[in-house]
Design a binder for this molecule. Structure first.
Ligand code: ADP
Length: 475
């Protein structure tokens, strides 16, 4: 695929033109390409066109929609190296992680290509012999999808795949830091045969585009992944038109190591989960609660893995620790670490900007972390592991369940009874038990409390893009 042409065609036309915005490589600050700063009118036109295309697309046989999605999954796999390279260029993550993300996106399209044909209804037993009760699931209509910069390919796929499979049309607003991956996916959608009008990518300023997507009555469903603060704002904006909402918001995942855990496995997976994408992941562990009996052993192995991390440009095969997305992200991490140290945490590793480049932060380990520190209450979204020693698992549960967040968590231990009871007692949408890779397309992804509404993925994921219609038939 010719990504250069796709993005640089914009660049050539844009010098000095306020209607285009640069997309910068976080690793070196260089401009990768330019995208249109769409106006509110552009967004409105996209909604109108998606609305116009809905009848035809939803009227196609599910098998026909599935065939296009299957072709798209194939095209994503065939072009995975180009997509991964583009992703790394605008987002910064190591290429190996970008490749895994692209594979995950292909998995979503492949899975929902199948699910398209399984949107089955129901016949409910009627209280009368002279009537029948039928329930059908109809696609909800135009979907507005707003996606974040931390997983610019897979977060788009997680929304697009079930929406298109159900028969919805989509207006997508990608994050301004990472719009090129979304445009790349859209180009592949066209190659796969997605009809004109079914998908629109609206790039530009959130404050300009957002109100159109949240307030136009032709948009039936807003699917958003991002921060809790922005989710709260969009929830309010959607009230005037009573939209259906899917929200995947912030998290503050606990990582609990019980005394009988496989410590080597726990430490290795803890570091992998924490430092993937430099900690810029809504399901990444924010706090590590380690039982006092195994704390020293865990710490030794944890630090061994941390010391193996290599900060560097994502295109370099040796790099395992990515840069942060931008300067504000770095400033937030610095604030959290300074706050923790000021309140008595021990800085065991890192704690500074890294020499690798402008937005790298060193892999950082804090010990003796207390509940009043910022790292214990807010998402740090950076490469900072906050460790706490515990004696009673009940205290950990209390601390976890007191959080406003309830997205993901991890429990490591061998006794199945204790592990299951601990996992079940946590107010979290997802728990990894001796495992960390939660983001599977066949599973329901999402959180409780202020981590969101609804689930993405799995069979229920496609029904979310539908509304049931009940038909009472008199005979
Ligand atoms: P972050 O602060 O990490 O960028 P956000 O939740 O603000 O996280 O961003 C996630 C997505 O939400 C991005 O696509 C962003 O452009 C979009 N967004 C942010 N603010 C608004 C808004 N007021 N209206 C619509 N979209 C928004």
């Amino acid at each position: 695929m010719e990504w250069g042409k796709l993005t640089l065609a914009g660049a050539a036309a844009t010098q000095g033109d306020g209607g285009w915005a640069p997309v910068d490589d976080p690793a070196n600050g260089k401009t990768v390409g330019y995208v249109r700063m769409c106006s509110a009118q552009d967004a409105g036109e996209a909604v109108a066109a998606a609305h116009g295309a809905f009848a035809d697309w939803s009227g196609q046989a599910p098998q026909a929609r599935g065939a296009i999605l299957r072709r798209l999954a194939g095209l994503i796999s065939e072009n995975s190296e180009d997509l991964a390279t583009l992703l790394t260029a605008e987002q910064g993550k190591p290429l190996a992680e970008a490749r895994a993300e692209v594979a995950s996106a292909a998995g979503y399209f492949d899975f929902f290509a199948e699910e398209a044909r399984r949107v089955n209804g129901e016949i409910i037993a009627s209280p009368r012999t002279d009537s029948r009760i039928l329930v059908m699931h109809k696609p909800v209509g135009v979907v507005a999808a707003i996606t974040p910069w931390n997983f610019p390919v897979s977060m788009v796929a997680r929304k697009l795949a079930p929406a298109l499979a159900a028969g919805c049309t989509v207006v997508l607003k990608p994050a301004p830091q990472t719009p090129l991956s979304a445009l790349g996916l859209a180009a592949l959608c066209r190659m796969a045969g997605l009809p004109d009008g079914v998908l629109h990518v609206v790039t530009g300023n959130a404050a300009t585009i957002g109100p159109v997507l949240t307030q136009d009555p032709r948009v039936a469903f807003l699917s958003f992944t991002g921060s809790t603060a922005t989710g709260r704002l969009l929830y309010g904006q959607c009230a005037s038109t009573i939209k259906k909402l899917g929200l995947e918001l912030g998290g503050h995942a606990p990582f609990i190591v019980l005394p009988d855990a496989d410590i080597d496995k726990a430490a290795t997976l803890a570091v992998a989960a924490k430092f993937r994408n430099a900690g810029q992941t809504c399901v990444c562990p924010n706090r590590f609660f380690v039982h006092e009996a195994v704390y020293d052993d865990f710490l030794t192995r944890f630090l061994r893995e941390v010391d193996r991390l290599v900060s560097g440009d994502g295109r370099d095969a040796a790099s395992t620790l990515a840069p942060l997305i931008d300067e504000p992200a770095l400033a937030k991490v610095e604030r959290h670490v300074a706050d923790a140290v000021a309140r008595g945490a021990k800085l065991t590793r890192g704690g500074r900007r890294a020499a690798a480049g402008r937005t790298w932060y060193e892999a950082t380990v804090l010990e003796n972390v207390g509940p009043d520190m910022l790292v214990s209450c807010e998402e740090t979204f950076g490469p900072v592991a906050a460790l706490t020693k515990f004696t009673e698992v009940d205290d950990v549960r209390g601390s976890v369940n007191a959080s406003q967040y309830g997205l993901a968590g991890y429990v490591f231990g061998r006794d199945i009874s204790t592990v299951l009871k601990t996992a079940e007692s946590l107010d979290l949408g997802m728990v990894g038990i001796n495992a960390i890779h939660l983001g599977l397309e066949m599973a329901p992804i999402g959180g409780v409390k202020q981590s969101g509404l609804g689930r993405e993925g799995g069979h229920a994921g496609i029904l979310d893009y539908c509304e049931p219609q009940y038909l009472l038939v008199g005979l």
